[in-house]
Design a protein around this ligand. Structure first.
Ligand SMILES: *Cc1c(COP(=O)(O)O)cnc(C)c1O
Length: 435
């Protein structure tokens, strides 16, 4: 009998009062999709039932949209949650610049075209005491540009132990090939000696590459050649040495974290060029920052690829603010550094403030937070957490509905306050109390 069922016409559904608040294009899209789906599944719904489905689809669409979240996982550089935070004050400083025309590529003195990267590069050169610099979309782009500019159709020597995958399928060995270099692997997975590099050098070698082990650790019998020795070898043999730092840091870093973690300015002394991510430990926006000798940076500037990897004014504006903060040593304006450097007492204070106001029973505990984003593997920071009473996974899911991301530890849902900002505490408590 239902073969002849007639669904409410789309036009009629669109006029329903209940859908009034929603934008026309979205209503049309979901009304059509739902009627088509019902027709296919032979689900013969009347008008009211269809409207409920469409409303539900529209609500879910909004829910899928970008939301600001409270990160109570303790992982400071959480790639899934957007990595480094932008400081509010720095954001305000950028706002006017970005909402008006600017001298992005205009020389105010001559009235002619100016250098797009000029102001940011000048700050990079002062901060890191380097000859020249360049900015691209992210560090993956930086790696590709460096290799393609300095070692295309030539040999590149690197340690087997450093042919890493950094996530998202970005594999050093593939990138080297894609950039047009011939990869010469030396050493073994766990140990590489300076002689291994020295023996592999030939007439066709252009570059020695060192990659920082930023997202894994080796335990047991292992060893790598430091950048000091690799740089010296490259200089002696008239070659270039490039260090892909991934997550280099500068400014101020708590000493247990700083151990074995390259400080940008220090390691730059030993190599010809290095690159790092703007939004890992450096704590700024997504960008790939390349520092090094003028002659090498010039080669990259002449590479056609640079135009394709060019960053937007939004990136430059935020990066400029971060660099200004570093030059002023206003480290509080680099939220990632602030969260990393906060001492346990400061974290505990946030936890206690929340515990006193939460309706749900919780236990204050000390634990460890991870740094995240493929940075500082095997290292953690002391932290204060609130372990919540109740079924862990269920609580975790319900908190997600309130845009609060918690983690599970020892079978309990816990709020880790290392990655929670002070100004978020009130919303955190409000959200959980409303569950
Ligand atoms: C993270 C990382 C990259 C890629 O940097 P993105 O800015 O995420 O593109 C490259 N190399 C190393 C060693 C890294 O740690």
């Amino acid at each position: 009998m239902n073969e002849n069922f007639r669904f409410t016409p789309i036009q009629k559904l669109l006029q329903n009062e209940a859908l009034k608040p929603y934008p026309h294009l979205l209503k049309v899209h979901f009304a059509r999709a739902i009627v088509a789906q019902c027709r296919k599944n032979k689900e013969f719904l009347d008008e009211n039932a269809l409207i409920l489905r469409i409303q539900d689809a529209l609500l879910k669409f909004d829910r899928r949209d970008f939301q600001s979240l409270i990160n109570a996982t303790g992982v400071i550089l959480h790639t899934n949650l957007g990595r480094s935070l932008i400081d509010k004050q720095s954001f305000e400083a950028c706002k006017n610049l970005l909402c008006s025309y600017s001298n992005l590529e205009f020389d105010l003195k001559s009235g002619k075209r100016g250098s797009r990267y000029g102001v940011v590069l000048e700050k990079l050169k002062i901060l890191f005491d380097c000859e020249d610099a360049l900015i691209v979309n992210n560090n993956a782009a930086a790696v590709f540009l460096v290799l393609n500019s300095l070692a295309r159709d030539a040999e590149l020597i690197t340690s087997k132990g450093e042919l890493v995958e950094i996530g998202g399928g970005f594999r050093m060995s593939e990138v080297i090939r894609a950039a047009g270099s011939r990869l010469i692997e030396v050493g073994t997975s766990n140990k590489t000696h300076l002689e291994d590099y020295a023996k592999a050098l030939s007439e066709s070698t252009a570059l020695i590459l060192k990659t920082h082990k930023s997202n894994f650790t080796l335990a047991g019998f292992h060893g790598e050649v430091g950048i000091e020795d690799l740089g010296a070898l490259a200089r002696k043999r008239g070659l270039w040495c490039y260090y892909d730092l991934g997550s280099g840091w500068c400014g101020k870093l708590e000493s247990s974290l700083a151990k074995n973690e390259p400080e940008i300015k220090k390691v730059l002394k030993h190599c010809d060029v290095l690159s790092f991510s703007g939004d890992k430990l450096f704590g700024s926006v997504q960008a790939g920052i390349i520092l090094g000798k003028s002659a090498l940076i010039d080669k990259m500037r002449q590479n056609q690829l640079l135009r394709m990897l060019r960053v937007d004014k939004i990136t430059l504006a935020f990066l400029n603010e971060s660099l200004r903060a570093y030059l002023e040593k206003s480290y509080a304006k680099i939220p990632t550094l602030k969260l990393l450097n906060d001492d346990l007492a400061a974290v505990k204070k946030k936890a206690l403030w929340a515990q006193a106001r939460l309706k749900i029973t919780s236990a204050l505990k000390t634990s460890r937070s991870l740094v995240g984003a493929g940075s500082m593997p095997g290292k953690s920071l002391p932290t204060a957490v609130l372990a919540l009473e109740g079924e862990a996974l269920c609580l975790q899911e319900r908190m997600r509905e309130k845009n609060i991301i918690a983690r599970v530890e020892d079978g309990r849902a816990v709020l880790d306050f290392r990655s929670v900002l002070e100004e978020e505490l009130e919303s955190l408590v409000g959200g959980i109390n409303a569950l």
